[in-house]
Every structure is written in structure tokens, then in C-alpha cells.
Design a protein around this ligand. Structure first.
Ligand code: PLP
Length: 399
């Protein structure tokens, strides 16, 4: 009889991983399922990066490394922040490398949260933020953004969510699940509020930085320099370089926080995979030409979906400016029925869509807003064309 910890009792398994798993099982059982549930680029890791990993094995880079990254990778991360974001960090003391970006978020929360500490999480949010906060003993405070504001956090909504217990604000732009991008002006507006609350730290999750279409990426430590000393700027190799399985995340921030995270890493992961770290050095220092090409492919898929869904009865979609997700509202499908079954929630819609038309999407409830569905268009154009037809047919079939 396994008695679980109270900490584990506070969280649920990742719903996006759960839907992907269900889709995999249906596929394995011979069903023709199109899974648009996972946030994973469908491109291969670029050749020069994969080669650097292979070379690392050949060169014997297969032992333990420094807990928070080899100096070569920290140098490459510092150079990336300087080059892409105009941010200067000392690679020796202000940069950290972890086993994936998700673990850096976990490490930052684990290193700083005490019971009762609050973390402001704008909704719709990436599924893991609230649960990571809860796992680490903190309390997530959800700040609802509105579709009318393009799902962007506004200064008013932020101010209303802040209490004397607020320890962190988590920002994610481009956003998973909405694709909303915060402009430099948006960030300055939020910065004005944060400057009035000097104890609040900011975690800027910039993992989709390189996947933008009509908007320019900006990050808060650069847009509001007065905040830099309390911002953890987080990023990683997964999305930009199609390296989800390699597990490399990185970030930069104030020395005391980076020190605390190093201590935690030394007693948990020991170090990020040595081979992946050398591959990430090649990724960050190497040619980035492939990004433009891949972004064009994502843009074509997004545009295809937007044009098909414009005519799908019951769906309404805000045009995403970045990342590779579409977040259609499905209010028009709620209260309708299919085969005598009434769709009452977005979970009902997602379940019926998977069973009836074999398309796996994640219900908006998982991201803290309803009724929506999240569709990841990190899939081939052929799959996207077929899925969009099936989804439209599903909408038309409802009584
Ligand atoms: N942040 C956001 C918003 C994400 O969508 C993801 C992955 O889905 C991550 C962080 C974590 O990525 P990884 O742990 O692969 O670096």
C-alpha cells in the first residue's frame, strides 16, 4: 500500500500528456487518429545539432558535469541573451542550465516558495504552472485575461491579482495556449505596476521566442531594465531547435536566485545530460537559418486553419501571433448534441471529437478557461488539412 505525499495530492497529471497518451493508445489499436495535442515541433533536430551530440559521445563527454551546466554552454547562453535580447549576464554567476525548461520553472519555485506564498498566473495558462506552484507549497492566483484584450495580461488585471503575499508573476509570451504576444509597450505597462511592488519577482517564460509571425518578440528584463534584478528570464532548446527529447532549458537572473537553483540541482538532477549540453552549444552558437523556413511552415499551417475555421459553425478563433497553437472558443458547440449525447463542457466536446472524428485536441479547461479547445499545429500540413476537415464536419454534424 503506497501512501502518497500531501504535495503529490495537490496536483494532477499533465492533461496535455494525458490526451497525447490516449491518442497514442487509439493509434496503437489501429484507429486513424490525428493527434494535435502535444506541444512538440514535428521537425527533426537540425543535422548540425544532432551531429554535435554524436561528436560529444565520441569525444568522451559522457561524465558528470557542473550541476547547472558546462561553462561552454553558459557562455553560449549569455551570448544568446546579449545577441537576441540585448541583455547582459555574467555566464559564471547569472546563468543556469537545467534538464528542460520545465525543470527550471520547478527549480525556481522550489527554491523560493514558502507555504502561503502566492504566484500570479495569467489565464489561459500553460497547464504546468499552477501545479508546479502547488507542488512547491505555494498558491497559484489566477489572473483572468480576456479574449477582447487578445488574451494579454493588462496592468489592471495584474494589479487586482497582487496581494501582500505575492512572490512571483509568471509571464509567457508567445503564449501557450493562445499564441498571444506581449509587445514592449504591454510589458512596460505591466512594469509600471511591478515597480510599485518591489518584492515581486517575475518569471519570464520565453520558450516560444523564435516562433512569431506578425509580432515582434520582447522580454520584460529588457523592456523594463529597472526590473532586471528580479526577473528570471527562462528559455530552452525544445521549441526553437526541435529538441524536446534532449531536455535542455536555460535561464538567467539575479545571482542569489541562480545560486539557490544550483544548490537544488546539485541535490536533484546532478546535471543536465552532458551530450545534450554539447548539442545545445552547437544550437545556440550555430546557424539559425532554418528558423525562418520553419516559421514559414508554421505560418502556412496557421493560416490554413484560420481560413477553414472561419466557416466552421460554432467556432471562433483569435488570430495567434506566435507559438504553434490555435485556441478556438467552442461556446457555439455547447448545448448541442451528437448521436443523442449532449455536449455540456469543452471536455465533452474534446471527447466527442476524439471518438467521432478521431482528432485529439486538449480542452480549454486544462488551461484555466472554458469553453475552448487547444489545437497544436506542430504537425504536417497533410495532417492539418485532414484534421481541419474532420473538425468542420464534426461542427456541422451537431444537432
Ligand atoms: N513553457 C511552456 C509555455 C511550454 O509550452 C513548455 C513545453 O510545452 C515548456 C515551458 C517546457 O519545455 P521544456 O521543458 O521542453 O523545455
Amino acid at each position: 500500500n503506497v501512501v502518497l505525499s500531501q504535495a503529490l495530492g495537490r496536483i494532477a497529471p499533465s492533461p496535455t500528456l494525458a490526451v497525447s497518451q490516449k491518442a497514442r493508445e487509439l493509434k496503437a489499436a489501429g484507429e486513424d487518429v490525428i493527434a494535435l495535442a502535444a506541444g512538440e515541433p514535428d521537425f527533426a533536430t537540425p543535422e548540425h545539432i544532432a551531429e554535435a551530440g554524436i561528436q560529444a559521445i565520441r569525444d568522451g563527454h559522457t561524465g558528470y558535469t557542473a550541476a547547472d551546466g558546462i561553462p561552454e554552454l553558459k557562455e553560449a547562453v549569455a551570448a544568446k541573451f546579449e545577441r537576441d535580447n540585448g541583455l547582459s549576464y555574467d555566464p559564471g554567476t547569472e546563468v543556469t542550465v537545467t534538464s528542460g525548461g520545465k525543470y527550471l520553472i520547478f527549480a525556481a519555485m522550489m527554491a523560493t516558495l514558502n507555504p502561503g506564498d502566492e504566484v500570479v498566473v495569467p489565464a489561459p495558462y500553460w497547464v504546468s504552472y499552477p501545479d508546479i506552484v502547488k507542488l512547491c507549497g505555494g498558491t497559484p492566483v489566477i489572473a483572468e485575461t480576456s479574449e477582447a484584450a487578445g488574451f494579454r495580461l493588462t496592468p489592471e488585471v495584474l494589479e487586482a491579482a497582487i496581494t501582500p503575499k505575492t512572490k512571483w508573476l509568471i509571464l509567457n509570451s508567445p503564449s501557450n495556449p493562445t499564441g498571444a504576444v506581449l509587445s514592449r509597450e504591454d510589458l512596460r505597462g505591466l512594469g509600471e505596476v511591478l515597480l510599485r511592488h518591489p518584492k515581486i519577482m517575475v518569471l519570464s517564460d520565453d520558450i516560444y521566442e523564435h516562433i512569431t509571425y506578425d509580432a515582434e518578440f520582447a522580454t520584460i528584463a529588457e523592456a523594463v531594465p529597472a526590473l532586471k534584478e528580479r526577473v528570471l528570464t527562462m528559455n530552452g532548446a525544445s521549441k526553437a531547435y526541435s529538441m524536446t527529447g534532449w531536455r535542455i532549458g536555460f535561464g538567467a537572473g539575479p545571482k542569489p536566485l541562480i545560486n539557490a537553483i544550483r544548490k537544488l540541482l546539485s541535490q536533484s538532477t546532478t546535471n543536465p545530460c552532458s551530450i545534450s549540453q554539447w548539442a545545445a552549444v552547437a544550437a545556440l552558437n550555430g546557424d539559425h537559418g532554418f528558423l525562418a523556413e520553419r516559421n514559414e511552415a508554421f505560418r502556412a499551417r496557421r493560416d490554413h486553419l484560420l481560413s477553414v475555421f472561419a466557416d466552421a459553425p460554432g467556432l471562433s478563433v483569435v488570430r495567434p501571433e506566435g507559438a504553434f497553437y490555435l485556441y478556438p472558443k467552442v461556446e457555439g458547440l455547447i448545448g448541442r448534441s451528437l448521436g443523442g449525447r449532449m455536449l455540456e463542457t469543452d471536455l465533452d466536446v474534446a471527447t466527442a471529437l476524439l471518438e467521432e472524428e478521431k482528432v485529439a485536441l486538449v480542452p480549454g479547461t486544462a488551461f484555466g478557461t472554458a469553453p475552448y479547445l487547444r489545437l497544436s499545429y506542430a504537425a504536417s500540413m497533410a495532417e492539418i488539412e485532414e484534421a481541419s476537415q474532420r473538425i468542420t464536419r464534426f461542427c456541422e454534424r451537431l444537432a
